[in-house]
Design a protein around this ligand. Structure first.
Ligand code: WT7
Length: 711
């Protein structure tokens, strides 16, 4: 039976992106595998008219068949360009290049500044006093509200401060900061100057930070004395000092710009505050290196509060973001200004129906792509209000998200399935205590949302009235690529549903690379044509970019994910096919954890796999052989290894289980058979498959016994 639900969604289905191109729907040439509404069950969107889905399908077809006209229309609707050399009749040059050489360019020659699109134009368009940003500090009573006019002043001051320290267009600025208002403001200040930001998540260790600073040859690092999360103090400046002291960073960093957290969150002058923004005034002691370190709170008051924005080419780099792949070295993906900004605004307005009066809370950290696109750029480019959340879902208790929704009247809320799962065990009574009636759309990102978590999110949080958008995308894609659209695409728990406009998704046979047509099929997920938000290269390693994304399946962008397209044409992501783990929504390369483990003098060889975990999605299981023949379970050593991984990568990458083993499952040619480790770790030793190539088959029983100890 169909649930009887009243949608709170305000979307006018006919106002979707493609439909805005008046009277130019694509006709009936809809791919066979797309569903008709009557066919879809279970159906969670009773109000969604079949006409809306029909409209989606014809818009989708239009967005592909008239791809350049489609993006021309979106680009002129959503972005204010300094110079835009295309129009509807001459939009051939809107996109050049392709997947073969990875020389894709969108809107080449067009000019814009992303920061002035995110701030100035709203100030100029009568929205100076609208709230751009609500900062919710670690303590629930630490709240600051910044209008668009405040943002223009503050971001300008920071931009001028950066300039005074030598930052110029094209320079790379590493940002290692807590989620205080100055984090997004510093990102925007870089954008204003045309400097390329490289935000490193403040949970990464000094080792990981130092390799990212070195790889991007970033001579300026912006940080804070400390960060606060869940009542705990994190000594960020000290970690930066350690990172810069490492050999890899020798002679690279010239300036470290330091915010004092306490001074930075004082509600100065005009900045509005809710409750009583607390400030202890106790600034922790940190080391200062006078030739290198600059106190931002001292130099900001001296800056002129207006800074002219640099006009950038649409294809200039806007930021670098490091992410994990199948080798030990994280890759620095490079995003653009024009295509990225357009894609951020386009997707948030399509997927979340974001309107200027919405209060949008994406609770991700700015250190990940989700924070870039949906905490900072998407909401501000759209003139909305974005919430910057410094704390955790559990602090001070498991009601924190809902308390925040109630206090700020949040309308759109976006989190990861792992957070939802961690809250379920505290029961329905927790969300029930709060007034959640302001919510209209709930988002999920980072991994497939299992039906139990979906159902809790839908009923206990959304009270059966909100659309859940299951947004599938990657650091590389810049923004959502497969997701349902509220009021348009009927939902199916666990499915990210159908591709967004302009995204030409295909399913490939992993072995032959041939396109698999039709429904009720499985394969690997690929994309057949460029889209504006895609990353353009790996920093200083274009070869790796080509090898990772475009060579595995010639002519296509390869996502690295396996997928099932069900009988209705709905996509279900079934997991990575490369050696990348997804632990609590964090992407971790098994090779990175392995290279950390083998740094220990006692470890000869290490192999890392994931195994299903009820809350984290995946847990990290590490196997290690030792240099000496001591194979006894050694608690001290296991502790040391865990500490080692925390120090090399960060606490979030520490293995859940470390098995010291006399041997690993090797083939006769000396390759580790990870499949065997994965199956044994998952308790599926009965499904090992063909193990005839194992050099020593007795390893299987040894490993089963070892892993058994942890069940
Ligand atoms: C990988 C990308 C993009 C934001 C956060 C993660 C997995 C992401 C979903 C989803 C199933 C998902 C994929 C993807 N993933 N969203 N809605 N359903 N899987 O970004 O760190 O670049 O990781 O996360 O495996 O490839 P990322």
């Amino acid at each position: 039976a169909r649930p009887d639900i009243t949608l709170r969604v305000a979307t006018d289905p006919t106002a979707t992106a493609g439909a805005a191109i008046a009277g130019k729907s694509g006709g009936d040439d809809v791919p066979d595998h797309m569903p008709d509404l009557e066919d879809i069950a279970p159906l969670y969107d009773a109000k969604s008219e079949n006409t809306a889905l029909k409209r989606y399908k014809s818009d989708y077809v239009f967005s592909l068949s008239k791809n350049k006209q489609y993006w021309n229309k979106r680009a002129t609707d959503l972005i204010t360009w300094d110079n835009y050399p295309f129009d509807e009749s001459s939009c051939d040059g809107i996109m050049t290049g392709g997947f073969e050489y990875g020389d894709v360019a969108w809107f080449p020659g067009a000019k814009l500044n992303v920061c002035s699109n995110a701030i100035d134009r709203h100030v100029q368009n009568g929205k100076a006093n609208d709230i751009a940003m609500i900062w919710e500090g670690d303590e629930p009573d630490q709240v600051l509200k910044f209008t668009y006019a405040d943002m223009l002043r503050k971001v300008s001051e920071i931009a001028n401060a950066l300039k005074s320290q030598g930052v110029r267009k094209g320079d790379v600025v590493t940002i290692y900061m807590p989620m205080i208002p100055q984090l997004p403001m510093t990102m925007l200040a870089c954008m204003r100057l045309g400097a390329v930001h490289s935000v490193v998540f403040a949970g990464f260790s000094s080792e990981a930070l130092s390799s990212r600073i070195a790889a991007s040859k970033s001579s300026v690092v912006v940080t804070a004395d400390v960060g606060m999360r869940g009542g705990k103090t994190i000594p960020l400046k000290k970690i930066v000092d350690d990172a810069i002291g490492k050999h890899a960073c020798k002679d690279i960093v010239k300036k470290v710009l330091v915010y004092e957290r306490e001074r930075s969150i004082v509600p100065d002058g005009n900045i509005a505050t809710d409750g009583n923004a607390k400030c202890s005034g106790n600034t922790p002691q940190i080391n200062w290196f006078p030739d290198r370190d600059v106190n931002m709170n001292d130099i900001l008051p001296k800056q002129r509060p207006y800074c002219p924005p640099e006009s950038m080419d649409a294809e200039d780099a806007s930021f670098i973001l490091y992410t994990s792949g199948s080798t030990g070295q994280p890759k620095g993906l490079v995003h653009t200004t024009g295509g990225y900004a357009l894609y951020a605004a386009h997707t948030i307005q399509t997927t979340f129906d974001l309107q200027p009066n919405d209060i949008f809370a994406c609770v991700a950290d700015c250190g990940w792509i989700t924070g870039h696109t949906y905490v900072v750029y998407g909401p501000l480019l759209s003139g909305g209000t974005t919430v910057i959340f410094e704390s955790t879902p559990m602090y001070p208790d498991a009601g924190r998200y809902w308390d925040m929704v109630q206090r700020h009247k949040i309308t759109l809320f976006y989190t990861a399935p792992t957070a939802v799962r961690s809250l379920i065990r505290f029961g329905d009574d927790i969300p029930k205590k709060y007034d959640l009636s302001s919510l209209r759309i709930l988002g999920s990102v980072g991994e497939p949302i299992n039906p139990a978590a979906w159902s809790w999110y839908y009923h206990a949080v959304g009270e059966g009235k909100c659309t859940i958008v299951d947004t599938y995308w990657q650091t590389e894609t810049g923004g959502h690529i497969i997701t349902n659209i509220p009021g348009v695409t009927p939902m199916k728990p666990g499915s990210c549903t159908l591709p967004l406009y302009g995204i030409d998704c295909i399913v490939l046979d992993p072995m032959t690379g041939k396109i698999i047509e039709g429904n009720d099929v499985e394969g690997v997920l690929a994309i057949r044509r460029p889209w504006p938000g895609m990353a353009r290269t790996c920093l200083d390693d274009h070869e790796r970019y080509l090898a990772t994304y475009f060579r595995p399946y010639k002519g296509y962008y390869f996502t690295g994910d396996a997928v099932r397209r069900d009988k209705d044409g709905y996509y279900f992501i079934t997991g990575r096919v490369d050696d990348v783990l997804n632990v609590s929504g964090h992407r971790i390369g098994t090779a990175e954890v392995e290279s950390a483990l083998v740094k220990h003098p006692s470890v000869a060889q290490a192999a890392v796999v994931g195994r299903p975990h009820v809350i984290k999605g995946e847990a990290i299981v590490a196997f290690a052989t030792l240099t000496e023949s001591n194979t006894e379970e050694d608690d001290e050593l296991v502790k040391e290894l865990r500490t080692l991984v925390r120090g090399e990568i960060g606490p979030f990458a520490a293995p859940d289980i470390i098995c010291i083993t006399p041997l690993l499952p090797m083939t006769r040619s000396g390759k580790i058979m990870r499949r065997v480790l994965r199956k044994i770790s998952a308790g599926e030793a009965d499904q090992l498959g063909d193990v005839s190539t194992l050099a020593d088959p007795s390893v299987v029983d040894t490993l089963i016994a070892l892993v058994g100890r942890y069940d």
